[in-house]
Design a protein around this ligand. Structure first.
Ligand code: 9MR
Length: 754
C-alpha cells in the first residue's frame, strides 16, 4: 500500500466525472463491525491470491499491482486481473473501492461477479482511467454465493497499456447512499416551447394546498402575464404534490420566456410557430446515422458522426454480406447487409425494423393526405442523406434503406419455409461497450424464420408498394411481390414463433399472439391491391371488432393499431361503412386518451400505474399521440390538436424529472443513452447521440442492474436515469425515434397552419 491520505481520496472522488463515484462514507478500516472481504488488497504481501489471464503479465511495483495489458483484444473480458473465493450474502450491501491508473486513456470494467458461468455480475462498473484516482461504488447483492470474484476487466484496447491498482477493498455493512436526481426548478415546462395558438401549460411541484401566484416573463425580464395555479393533489406517477398553471392566453411569439411560481423560475422556453420544425428533421436524421452497411458521411451530418460502413465483410467484421444461420437452423447463407442498427446494439430485427420503417412510411403518407407532403417540408432535399436530390422524398429513401434489408431477410425459393422472413440477425455473443459497428468482430448469425417477422414484412412491403409506385415502379413491384409471397408463406405456417429465450447477443423480440400481425398485413395488402380476399380476411379477423388501442400505446408486439390507423385514413379502397367504423374507433380511442390526459397533472396521455411505465414508455406515449393526431386529421376538432400539443410537453421537459427526453432539445436533455456508437459517457472522444434522439424513458420494471441498484423503490415517473448503463430506461431505438418522427412531423405541420 502506498502512503494513504484520506483527504486526497475525497478530493479525487469528488472530482470524478462518474455520477456513482460518490464521496462520503467512513475511511477504510475505521467502520465498526464491517468485514473487509479482500485479503491483500494493498499488495503488501505480494500478488497472491490475485490472478490474471495468460495474456497479461503483472507484478508489484512501488507498492501497487501493475499489469501490462496487450494490444488488440476485443472485449473487456479478454484480459482480466482478479481474485476469487469471495462470499456474498443476498440482500447485503457492499462498498467496493480501489485506486487505479492507466498510462493511456482507457475504459475498463470493475466487476464483482460470479467467478464461473453464468458469470452474473452484482456490479459491473465502467471506469475511465487516467492518472491515479480512487473510485468507490456501492451495490446490494442479489446473489448468495461463495464463488464471487473481483475482476478488473481490462481488455478491448487496440493499443498496449499499463494498468496499476492498489487498495482494493470490498466491505459489507455498507449504507448505500440514496440517489437524488437533480430535478432543477420546481416549475416544469416544455423546455423547447409552445405554439402561439396552442395550449400552454406547466406543472408546479409544491406542498401548498391553495392556488399560488404565477408570473410569465419575457426574455428581458418584463412580466407579460400572471395568474393563479390550480392545485391538483398528489400526482400518482411521481408521488409529488403538484399544481397546474395555464398561460394559453399568451400568444406573442418570443424566445427566452420564463415562468415563476412559489419562488422558483422555470427553464426558458419559446413561443413560436416554427418551434417543432427542426425536431421533424432531426428525429428523422437519426436513421441515417444508425444505418448499417454504408459509410456515414461527416459532410452530411457532422464529422463526429462520420464512420466507415459497418458489417460489410471488412475485417474484423464477419457480416453481413454472407451470413450463415445459427447452427442447425439452415444450410444456406444470405446477404443481409444494410438496414438500421436496432438501438444501442448492432442487432437487426425484422419485427422492430418493420414497424420503424412503417412509421416513416406513414409519416410520409399522412403528410401526403394532409397536404404537406409533395412540394412541402418532407420533399426531396429536406434531409441530409446521400440520396438527396434523386427526385424521391428523402423520408422514402430512408425507409427504403430498411425495406431493402427486410426483403433480404426472406427465405429463398426452394428452401424450407421459403417466403418466410428470418426473425433477426445479430452477434453470436453480446459485445462490450463502446463498440463501433466496423470494429465488431463477433460472428453474425441468422435466427430461425418466424410468422411474426413474415407478417410484419408483408405489411411494410405492401405499404412500400403503394408509396413507391409514383417514384420507382420496379421497386414498388418488388415490394408487392415480396409482400404477397410473405403473406402466402405466413398463411401456410401461421404458428412459427420466435423463442422467448433467444437473447444471447441480441434481443428476443418474441411474440406468440399474431392475430394483430395478420390483421395489419391484410390491411396493408388490401389498401394497396384492393383484392377482396384481404378484405374478407380483415372482416373475419378477431381484430376487426377488437379495441386495438390500449392505454399503454401500440408497440412492436402489438401492431393492429397500425392497420386500423391506415384503414381509417388511406383513401380509396375500403367500403365506406367499414371505413367509417375504423374512423369511429380511432376517435373513440382518442377520447379515452384525452380523458387520461386530463387526469394527469403533467398532461401526458398515459395512466399513472407502474405497468404503463414500461420499457420504452416514451414511445407508448408518442404512439398514443399518433392516435390522437389521427383523430384530429379525421375530425378537424381543435381538442385533439391541443391534446397532441400538450402531450409533447411531457416528452420535452414537463415531467417529474424536469428532463427533455430528446437529445439537444431543451436546457436539460438526455444525452447519455445506451449506445455502442454514441458512447461519449464511456469514451469522451466519441459523440453523444445526435440531436433528436429520444430515450426509452421511465421503466418501473427496472430491468437492468444499474437502474435496479440506483432507482430501487422509485415511483414510476422517476424510474429513469440518464446513464449509458441503464439500457432498460435509457436506450436509443429506431422504433422510438420513428414514433417521435411521426409526431414531430404532425406538430411541425400545426405550426405552419396559419
Ligand atoms: O423494446 C423492447 C422491449 O419492449 C422489451 O421489453 C425489451 C426486452 O426484451 O427489449 C426491447 O428491445 C431491445 C431489444 O431487445 C434489443 N435491442 C435494443 C432494444 C431496445 O431496448
Amino acid at each position: 500500500m502506498r502512503r494513504f491520505s484520506w483527504k486526497r481520496v475525497l478530493a479525487l472522488v469528488v472530482a470524478g466525472a462518474f455520477p456513482m463515484v460518490l464521496g462520503g462514507g467512513a475511511p477504510p478500516g475505521s467502520a465498526e463491525g464491517r468485514t473487509e472481504l479482500i485479503v491483500n488488497g494493498g499488495f503488501d504481501a505480494g500478488t497472491s491470491p490475485w490472478w490474471w489471464t495468460s495474456n497479461v503479465s503483472a507484478q508489484v511495483v512501488d507498492g501497487r499491482l501493475c499489469a501490462e495489458i496487450p494490444a488488440g483484444t476485443t472485449n473487456s473480458w479478454d484480459a482480466i486481473v482478479g481474485r476469487s473465493d469471495i462470499t456474498l450474502r443476498s440482500g447485503e450491501s457492499y462498498e467496493f473501492s480501489f485506486t487505479a491508473s492507466a498510462d493511456q486513456p482507457v475504459t475498463i470494467r470493475a466487476n464483482v461477479q460470479l467467478a464461473d458461468p453464468p458469470y452474473t455480475a452484482e456490479i459491473s462498473q465502467p471506469v475511465s482511467l487516467g492518472g491515479s484516482q480512487t473510485y468507490r461504488y456501492f451495490f446490494t447483492s442479489r446473489a448468495d454465493t461463495q464463488r464471487a470474484s473481483v475482476q478488473f476487466q481490462v481488455g478491448g484496447s487496440s493499443v498496449g497499456w499499463t494498468f496499476c491498482v492498489d487498495d482494493v477493498s470490498l466491505k459489507d455493512g455498507a449504507e448505500v447512499p440514496g440517489y437524488e436526481p437533480d430535478t432543477g426548478p420546481r416549475v416544469r415546462v416544455n423546455q423547447v416551447g409552445y405554439l402561439p395558438d396552442g395550449p400552454k401549460r406547466a406543472t408546479l411541484v409544491t406542498d401548498a394546498v391553495r392556488p399560488l401566484e404565477w408570473v410569465l416573463r419575457d426574455a428581458s425580464g418584463r412580466a407579460v402575464a400572471d395568474g393563479r395555479s390550480t392545485p391538483r393533489g398528489v400526482d400518482e406517477a411521481s408521488g409529488e404534490r403538484v399544481h397546474t398553471i395555464d398561460f394559453s392566453s399568451v400568444r406573442r411569439p418570443g424566445r427566452g420566456y420564463t415562468l415563476t411560481a412559489d419562488g422558483e423560475t422555470s427553464y426558458p422556453f419559446a413561443i413560436a410557430s416554427e418551434v417543432y420544425e427542426s425536431l421533424r428533421t432531426d428525429a428523422l436524421q437519426f436513421f441515417y446515422i444508425q444505418r448499417s452497411g454504408i459509410p456515414i458521411d461527416g459532410a452530411l451530418v457532422g464529422e463526429e458522426y462520420a464512420r466507415p460502413a459497418g458489417h460489410v465483410g471488412v475485417p474484423p467484421n464477419r457480416g453481413d454480406i454472407d451470413v450463415p444461420c445459427q447452427e442447425g437452423v439452415c444450410d444456406y447463407r444470405l446477404d443481409v447487409r444494410g438496414g438500421w442498427y436496432d438501438a444501442g446494439d448492432h442487432g437487426k430485427y425484422v419485427v422492430n425494423g418493420g414497424i420503424a420503417a412503417a412509421q416513416l412510411l406513414s409519416t410520409w403518407e399522412r403528410a401526403l393526405h394532409a397536404g404537406t407532403g409533395q412540394t412541402g417540408p418532407l420533399d426531396d432535399g429536406r434531409l441530409r442523406v446521400p440520396e438527396r436530390g434523386n427526385g424521391v422524398p428523402d423520408i422514402l429513401d430512408e425507409a427504403r434503406w430498411e425495406v431493402e434489408f427486410l426483403l433480404r431477410m426472406q427465405v429463398p425459393d426452394g428452401k424450407p419455409l421459403a417466403g418466410m422472413a428470418h426473425h433477426k440477425i445479430h452477434d453470436r455473443e453480446w459485445t462490450g461497450m463502446p463498440m463501433q459497428p466496423e470494429d465488431d468482430p463477433q460472428p453474425r448469425e441468422l435466427h430461425p424464420p418466424s410468422t411474426a417477422a413474415t407478417l410484419n414484412l408483408a405489411a411494410v412491403a405492401a405499404q412500400c408498394a403503394r408509396l413507391f409506385r409514383p417514384y420507382d415502379r420496379a421497386f414498388a413491384a418488388r415490394c408487392l411481390a415480396a409482400a404477397e409471397k410473405a403473406w402466402t408463406a405466413a398463411r401456410a405456417d401461421p404458428d412459427v414463433y420466435a423463442s422467448e429465450t433467444d437473447s444471447n447477443g441480441g434481443g428476443a423480440y418474441a411474440d406468440t399472439h399474431l392475430e394483430d400481425e395478420s390483421y395489419w398485413a391484410a390491411a396493408e395488402l388490401y389498401l394497396t391491391t384492393g383484392d377482396p380476399a384481404y378484405l374478407d380476411f380483415l372482416l373475419t379477423s378477431p381484430m376487426h371488432t377488437a379495441d386495438v388501442f390500449g392505454p399503454g400505446g401500440f408497440s412492436w408486439q402489438s401492431v393492429a393499431a397500425l392497420g386500423r390507423l391506415d384503414l381509417a385514413t388511406v383513401p380509396g379502397r375500403l367500403p365506406l361503412a367499414e371505413r367509417r367504423k375504423a374512423r369511429v374507433s380511432v376517435v373513440e380511442a382518442a377520447d379515452r386518451y384525452l380523458a387520461t390526459q386530463r387526469s394527469q397533472a403533467y398532461g401526458l396521455p398515459l395512466p399513472s400505474n407502474a405497468e404503463f411505465y414500461n420499457w420504452g414508455s416514451n414511445s407508448g406515449i408518442l404512439n398514443n399521440l399518433v392516435v390522437i393526431a389521427t383523430a384530429y386529421d379525421i375530425t378537424g376538432k381543435q381538442a385533439y390538436r391541443d391534446a397532441v400539443l400538450e402531450g409533447i410537453d411531457y416528452i420535452l421537459g414537463r415531467n417529474a424529472l424536469n428532463i427533455s427526453y430528446v437529445t439537444g432539445y431543451g436546457t436539460k436533455s438526455a444525452q447519455n443513452q445506451h449506445s455502442r456508437i454514441f458512447a461519449h459517457q464511456l469514451d469522451p472522444s466519441l459523440p453523444h447521440p445526435p440531436k433528436g434522439s429520444i430515450a426509452g424513458g421511465p421503466n418501473a420494471g427496472l430491468q437492468d442492474p444499474f437502474a435496479a441498484d440506483l432507482l430501487q423503490g422509485c415511483r414510476p415517473a422517476f424510474c429513469y436515469v440518464d446513464d449509458i448503463q441503464s439500457y432498460s430506461t435509457n436506450e436509443v431505438a429506431i422504433n422510438w425515434n420513428s414514433a417521435l418522427s411521426w409526431v414531430a412531423s404532425f406538430l411541425a405541420d400545426q405550426g405552419r397552419r396559419h
